[in-house]
Design a protein around this ligand. Sequence first.
Ligand SMILES: Nc1nc2c(ncn2[C@@H]2O[C@H](COP(=O)(O)OP(=O)(O)OP(=O)(O)O)[C@@H](O)[C@H]2O)c(=O)[nH]1
Length: 140
Amino acid sequence: MNAIMDAGTSEVSLGSDRCGRGTAAESTPSCMLSLEDFEKDEMALTVHQRFIVDSADRAALPIARDELHALLEKSVLDGIPLLVLGNKSDLEDKLSVDELIEEMDLRAVSHREVSCYGISAKEETNLDAVLQWLIARASR
Ligand SMILES: Nc1nc2c(ncn2[C@@H]2O[C@H](COP(=O)(O)OP(=O)(O)OP(=O)(O)O)[C@@H](O)[C@H]2O)c(=O)[nH]1
C-alpha cells in the first residue's frame, strides 16, 4: 500500500496492483454522492469513479460502504480507477483516512486502482491532490 500522510488531513492511496483491492462510491440522501466521469475521445471511453462521503457522519458510512461495493459489482465499471474522498476533514470528529479505509472496506476491493483522500471542501484542503489524481488519469 502506498500511504501519503498530509499535515492535518491524512491522505492515503491504495494501489490495487500492490494490495489487491479497490473501491467505488455510493450515496445516501444525507451525506454522499456518487459521480462518474466519462471522457470520450475518438477511440476510447475512460471512466473515473469519484465517491464522496462525509467523513464526520459515522452513522451513514455503512450505507455508503454497501452502496459502493454494490456499485463495484457492475461489469461496466470493471477495472476503472476509484477515488474515495472523505470530506469535512476539518471537523474534529472526522474519521481518519485509515478509519475511512476500514469503514469503507476498501481493502476488499480488487482489480482496480483505489485511492482514498481526506479533504475539506470548506477549507479547500487536499483539493490539489484530487486535481492531480484526475489529471493523471485523464491522460491515460
Ligand atoms: N465543515 C465542513 N462543512 C462542509 C464541508 N463541505 C460542505 N460542508 C457543509 O456541509 C453542509 C452540506 O453541504 P452540501 O454541499 O449541501 O452537502 P450535502 O451532501 O448536500 O449535505 P450533507 O449530507 O449535510 O453534507 C453545508 O453547510 C456545507 O457548507 C467541509 O469540507 N467542511
